[in-house]
Write a protein that binds this ligand. Structure first.
Ligand SMILES: Cc1cc2nc3c(=O)[nH]c(=O)nc-3n(C[C@H](O)[C@H](O)[C@H](O)COP(=O)(O)OP(=O)(O)OC[C@H]3O[C@@H](n4cnc5c(N)ncnc54)[C@H](O)[C@@H]3O)c2cc1C
Length: 407
């Protein structure tokens, strides 16, 4: 009755027995690295291997918030570049990524938190990222739905306001990057699990998959929540990554009422209104490590209570869907983007935790440069695995959690 629908990222290519680079993981980081390898470095004999389907991991489950006002001087420039890339990529990929730069408000709930935020604002401004501290009245002017009364659990003192941030459509980026990579010759193989990595004389030589062996001199571990287990089981390299669940939900579609991303460390809640009208909301990650993507009743109750205080007009609104995804969290909440001194050809782009959506365009660009040239770009040098043994942790935890009144 209907003609066969052509896959967005080209006709299914057959798995070759040899590639110049194999990327493990069809999430945003793997797909972005593949796209830039092929587009900017003419490395087209590249395969992205995904054990389920592209976007199966955090890339298809996140709440799609993007911003550049991270905490530290190493991180802000990377996220600034990533933020600037969305309009460019929308054009280059010829795919609507639905970037909506509605602006972000990080709410502060005490004078101490306002003072701590001054440091973030100063770092952002130093790096040319627009960020201001505003008071509660100004918050209300920007987001009339916000409750700035004093009789709530965590009264709002003000916010860190970041006008250029916003939201994108997460699955559009997954599909857009897959399409772009395929158009430049990359093979995207779904339902293909990497089960082993072959090393000879200190060099990567192959990967084992459930569909057979592939010879390759380069492997990128972009396996998200599975990256640490994979690295240890296949190569014996331990990564300081804990795997935790992040939960999220959306409400029924509503008329426009929330024109900014609003987040609160004290309430452990954030919300934005998608272009479909749903309020997408998330919280801190679950506080115990696990590999489940299930949601909990505790989380749903917590979100409902937090939103009812912060945005009282949402009381009585129905939640339509909830879900969970895995976060690969390092001790300093900054990623690991590195090669490996003892195994030539092994590259890592993992440990993204909360922040891997907003960063993927820039990390893909620089990881591709690293893989093609063998030289670590300056932008990536602070993110080495070695920093954990050299006591050079970055303190990005403060980008999300130091604003609670109790810590
Ligand atoms: C609920 C939630 C909300 C979030 N909100 C935000 C947000 O608003 N903003 C933000 O910046 N970040 C957010 N994040 C974090 C962000 O989604 C992740 O950091 C990001 O998606 C990580 O992308 P990735 O490509 O590294 O990994 P993933 O997207 O997890 O991709 C890894 C892929 O590797 C595949 N894989 C694993 N093992 C193998 C194997 N052996 N062989 C082949 N394939 C394999 C997996 O199937 C998976 O598809 C959120 C995460 C969650 C869960």
């Amino acid at each position: 009755m209907f003609g066969r629908v052509k896959p967005l990222w080209g006709e299914k290519s057959s798995l070759k027995s040899n590639y110049d680079a194999v990327i493990i993981g069809g999430g945003l980081h793997g797909l972005a690295a593949a796209y830039f390898l092929a587009r900017d470095h003419n490395m087209r004999n590249v395969a992205v291997l995904e054990k389920r389907f592209i976007g199966f991991g955090g890339s298809g489950r996140n709440t799609a918030i993007v911003r550049a006002n991270q905490r530290t001087q190493e991180n802000v420039p990377l996220y600034k570049e990533a933020l600037a890339l969305w309009p460019v990529l929308t054009k280059d990929l010829d795919y609507n990524l639905m970037f909506f730069n509605c602006g972000n408000l990080n709410l502060m709930h005490s004078e101490a938190a306002m003072n701590a935020a001054r440091m973030n604002v100063a770092t952002a401004q130093f790096h040319g990222v627009e960020s201001h501290l505003i008071d509660a009245k100004q918050c209300k002017e920007l987001v009339p739905a916000l409750n700035i009364l004093a009789d709530i659990t965590y009264p709002i003192f003000g916010a860190m306001y970041h006008p250029p941030g916003g939201i994108l459509r997460h699955d559009a980026i997954v599909w857009g990057l897959a399409k772009g990579a395929a158009e430049h010759g990359v093979h995207v193989h779904q339902q293909t699990e990497v089960t082993g990595i072959g090393v000879e004389n200190g060099k990567i030589v192959s990967v084992e998959t459930d569909k057979g062996q592939i010879k390759t001199p380069r492997v990128l571990n972009a396996a998200g929540g599975y990256s640490a287990a994979l690295s240890y089981q296949m190569l014996g390299i331990k990564l300081p990554i804990s795997v935790l669940t992040i939960q999220a939900m959306v409400t029924q579609p509503l008329k426009p009422l929330l024109n900014h991303v609003v987040s609160s460390g004290a309430y452990h809640a954030y919300a934005n209104q998608t272009l479909k009208g749903e309020i997408a909301t998330g919280a801190h990650m679950d506080s115990w490590p696990n590999y489940t993507t299930q949601t909990t009743a505790y989380y749903i109750k917590h979100q409902a209570e937090a939103l009812a205080e912060m945005l009282p007009c949402l009381r009585g609104v129905k939640f339509m869907r909830h879900w969970g995804g895995l976060a690969d969290m390092t001790p300093d909440m900054a990623p690991i983007m590195d090669g490996n001194d003892s195994i030539e050809g092994y590259f890592m782009d993992c440990g993204w935790g909360y922040f891997g959506f907003k960063s993927c365009a820039a990390s893909g660009k620089y990881m591709a440069q690293f893989m093609a040239s063998g030289n670590c770009p300056n932008m990536l040098k602070p993110f080495s695995l070695r920093r954990f043994e050299q006591h050079r942790l970055m303190g990005e935890t403060a980008a999300v959690v130091n604003y609670t009144p109790d810590n």
